[in-house]
Design a binder for this molecule. Structure first.
Ligand SMILES: Nc1ncnc2c1ncn2[C@@H]1O[C@H](COP(=O)(O)OP(=O)(O)OP(=O)(O)O)[C@@H](O)[C@H]1O
Ligand SMILES: [Mg+2]
Length: 220
């Protein structure tokens, strides 16, 4: 599902990713751990097509058999909207929209019919324990509630690949446990592929495969 070969990233003189090689199968749940500053978020941004690979002759990134390098900006936006879901450290909900609206937006961009979108959005929010918070704006929600809204938003288009950066970082242990169960349930039911950066050892160890980022590379 994801093939990344020889991925390099420089920020100025700082060589953050030093030739990462990563092959992830469809339906696999892979966790990435490593020290703060090791380059985990940077790698996730690149795998999520949100950031560019630094020039390198022999690098390659392909997702769902699509070569990312060959896509125009417009094709890339569509690809991201329809195939990828993101749960990030800073969840960036839109402040002027309600929880329900935030969850619906990616599906409206995809032009899915409104009634269908709202039904699915409510199912996801209910599943995540937010049925009493549909019409709250982000500033009226706790950190953990905002995080769960961001999870529902990431799932609304049934993405093939979900990238999560510290997905349970703001959650208490029960909510974190529920979220982790949800990831495995989705994988079992829909074959979704997960790449999860986490400092949570339980979650990291539950994954099919745990990778450690050290010195700009991932070790299996
Ligand atoms: N936009 C940027 N410009 C310059 N340097 C950056 C930029 N983004 C990240 N870095 C640097 O790249 C390195 C890797 O950062 P990254 O955010 O990928 O680390 P991380 O492994 O996700 O850490 P954490 O566990 O703390 O989230 C760090 O040294 C960071 O300071
Ligand atoms: Mg990070």
């Amino acid at each position: 599902m994801i093939i990344a070969d020889n991925i390099h990233k420089y920020y100025g003189d700082l060589h953050v990713l030093k030739g990462v090689n990563l092959h992830i199968e469809k339906g696999e749940i892979v966790s990435i751990v490593g020290a703060s500053g090791a380059g985990k978020t940077t790698l996730l941004q690149i795998l999520g097509t949100l950031d560019h690979i630094s020039e390198s002759k022999n690098s390659n990134l392909s997702i769902n058999k699509t070569n990312i390098n060959g896509l125009s900006q417009k094709q890339l936006s569509k690809f991201r909207n329809e195939l990828l879901g993101f749960i990030f450290q800073f969840h960036q909900l839109l402040p002027e929209f309600t929880a329900l609206e935030n969850v619906c937006i990616p599906a409206f961009i995809k032009k899915t019919p409104k009634a269908q979108v709202e039904k699915r959005a409510k199912e996801l929010l209910d599943f995540l324990g937010l049925s009493h918070r549909y019409h709250h704006r982000p500033k009226e929600l706790s950190g953990g509630e905002q995080q769960r809204v961001a999870v529902a938003r990431a799932l609304i288009n049934n993405p093939r690949v979900i990238y999560a950066d510290e997905p349970s970082g703001n959650l208490d242990s029960e909510a974190a446990e529920n979220l982790h169960q949800l990831f495995f349930k989705l994988r079992d039911e829909f074959g979704q592929t997960f790449v999860i950066v986490t400092h949570n050892q339980d979650l990291a160890n539950m994954a099919d495969r745990k990778l450690v980022m050290v010195d700009g590379k991932t070790l299996g």
